[in-house]
Design a protein around this ligand. Sequence first.
Ligand SMILES: C[S@@+](CC[C@H](N)C(=O)[O-])C[C@H]1O[C@@H](n2cnc3c(N)ncnc32)[C@H](O)[C@@H]1O
Length: 365
Amino acid sequence: MGRVAELAGISVRTLHHYDEIGLVRPSARTAAGYRAYSAHDVERLREVLAYRRLGFGLREVAELVDDPSTDAVAHLRRLRGLLLERRDRADAMVAAIDRELDVRAKGLKVTPEEQLELLGARLYDAIGGAYTATRRTEPRIAAQIWDALGDARTVLNVGAGTGSYEPADREVTAVEPSAVMRGQRPAGSAPCVAAAAESLPFEDGAFDVAMAVSTVHHWADPLAGLREMRRVARRVVVLTFDTDEPGWPDRFWLTRDYLPEFTTVLAGFPSLAGMADAIGARAEPVPVPWDCADGLFEAYWRRPEAYLEEPVRRASSVWTRVGPEAEQRAVRGLGDDLASGRWAERNGDLAGLDAVDLGLRLLTA
Ligand SMILES: C[S@@+](CC[C@H](N)C(=O)[O-])C[C@H]1O[C@@H](n2cnc3c(N)ncnc32)[C@H](O)[C@@H]1O
């Protein structure tokens, strides 16, 4: 016990406590018959300590490590995803602090709103400035979304960003937590409230429909956000991503051959079935056209050279979330394969396709 405590950097008392509450029990025996930690116990202790350091309570940690569907690799993936998210948030805070230091150095006053913005700083406050370079309405995807809105007159657009998919012929209210994204909404666009999906500042049934496009995977608690949408609207329309199908990363050559780290970005993201269940929705595929006008991560499946361009990557959060090492390796690999003709050899069949299903799904409830 002393040796394990020393290696793990915790006290023997903590280990005793974990033993008492059944969280990590030493299951092996020494030659003299004393209880000792097996390799499996140490693995469990490592998971417990990592989740604790990420701020989970003891009860939540117990649920996580006892989940029979999660093995050691799945725990590592989930931990990695949580740490990347934390790093993104820290980067956003550093950027906000730098901005405030700059303002103060110039002898200017920082408003209370600006000070609070620092606390709410998010990924999109750090990367949102690059969004509008390639992100705009894709008319075919928009038509599918607007069709799903039915006869709704009042629309709440959650995680609205710059408003790419807001219908012009209905009364829209937008919700967007990032000040940088709110600041990029075109003049004359729908009124936008600074709030997050998980806690919508509206009465029950306040809207005919609540919509959310390419945003659910950014929410701290996707299911809570979806239930909030359900609470404030009669109808819910959500464009999201299907990770239920086994082998889903192989659907797209980019994740299959160059960026397998995409799976870690989505570690912990609820299943499509789970999201559909939470709001009683049905799902339909949203094909990505070969000349997709919105620079989504999947947009350039038939135009691979686009991924070599920095502004294309900066406008899609996946590339920031996988980290610079994975990004550079993927770009190098793709560049080499395009130059050698290997990409074309492997993906020649795509040239004849106009649209493909890359896992985008429209949930309608
Ligand atoms: C990829 S952008 C999509 C924006 C827009 N819906 C579109 O399709 O262009 C994701 C947006 O989700 C927002 N977001 C992040 N966390 C959120 C949360 N908890 N609730 C609502 N929106 C959130 C981000 O600030 C960002 O603007």
